[in-house]
Design a protein around this ligand. Sequence first.
Ligand code: ADP
Ligand code: ZN
Length: 435
Amino acid sequence: MSKNYYQQEIETMSAEEMRKLQSEKLVKQVKHVYENVPYYRNLMDEKGVTPDDIKGIEDLHKLPFLTKADLRDAYPYGLLAKPLEECVRIQSTSGTTGRRVVAFYTQNDVNLWEDCCARAIVAAGGTNKDVCQVAYGYGLFTGGPGLNGGSHKVGCLTLPMSSGNTERQIQFMTDLSATILCCTPSYAAYIGETLKEQGYKPEDIPLKAGIFGAEPWTEEMRRNIEETLGIKAYDIYGLTETSGPGVAFECEEQTGMHVNEDHFYAEIIDPETGEVLPEGSKGELVFTSLDKEAFPLLRYRTRDICVLSRKKCSCGRTLVKMAKPMGRTDDMLIIRGVNVFPSQIETVLLKEGYEPNYQIVVDRVKNNDTFEVNVEMTNEKFTDKLSEIIAMEKSLANAMKTMLGINPSVHLLAPKSIARSEGKAVRVVDKRKLV
Ligand code: ADP
Ligand code: ZN
């Protein structure tokens, strides 16, 4: 059993105690929001709910949802629950799906957020003996600042690299013997690829662990990164709206991420009806911030699709686990009426021995959807013989058809011809003008 806890009492608390703690926090939080956020008070009034109706977690379902549309409506200050004088930080979403939203933090909010990231680093084996290379972007994006703060709390020697400049990443990693790498999985894969090209073998690379998140990635991609870098790769999840990375983190069991549920209460709902679904059901993840002061979102619909599980974990943590999100409700492409998630394409590619360097291009020509997947050949698979390329394209297209139910047209490209991402990868180019 692991002794790698940052806040053991919380991380291994019994289910009843946790629920009690959550209930106490919720009651206070609903009052705080009702009194200080007119936007949410209106939503509660419309539903006929008052703070007195909320006596504990069992009453959470009575509260209205918040959506990204609300955040955009209320931009920038409409959901702020503290005077600006008490706020010390603003962060913003990376704008993957539309206009950015901004989130505010008091010093206490920053502190709790960094604790969450510290839990993740410790779960990945981090101690004050580690050198932690933070290659998430620094700035408005939450990745860099969040892991940076967590790394300090654990007492790691922190390398605040930010993303980009891969040569310099490698130089610092090797010169200063970085043991933990934090970045997006797509950037980790790219750093790995570059190291390999430079002749590094996994055993020459000082890293022992990676904490990768902020975008969807598959199990196959995990194994791929683990092999190239010679590390154990841990998933981390979060979103700006709730604070940033560290809402949930993986332990050594690598079977889902423990939600820091003393701060964020997780529900799974049916995205169509809003009905709360029982444990184990697949649906949309909804979070309630139980103790954030400046930007306390109640029942925020993340649009991430996933499953929660309370199955006992071998690490000893009792925190509920969320499965790897399998995409977002809005990440899903509907192509010729069929639901397609980029993660499905990635799974096929890795199974067929390709690298996860691909781009999906969708267009509409004469009322018909076109569906192209551009994929890089790997060095091993590289050939300039047309007949071989055509055969490989056909075989990949068939594998994708089996997975998705529709036939893409696959184009194999020369190695390195798809632009690499240092932050979140751009997997989809949708050229359809449907409005
Ligand atoms: P944006 O919505 O602009 O991308 P954020 O940068 O706050 O804003 O990104 C949060 C989103 O990133 C999450 O809602 C989720 O879809 C995705 N995400 C974060 N971590 C992970 C992860 N470990 N696995 C899959 N998706 C993730
Ligand atoms: Zn665990």
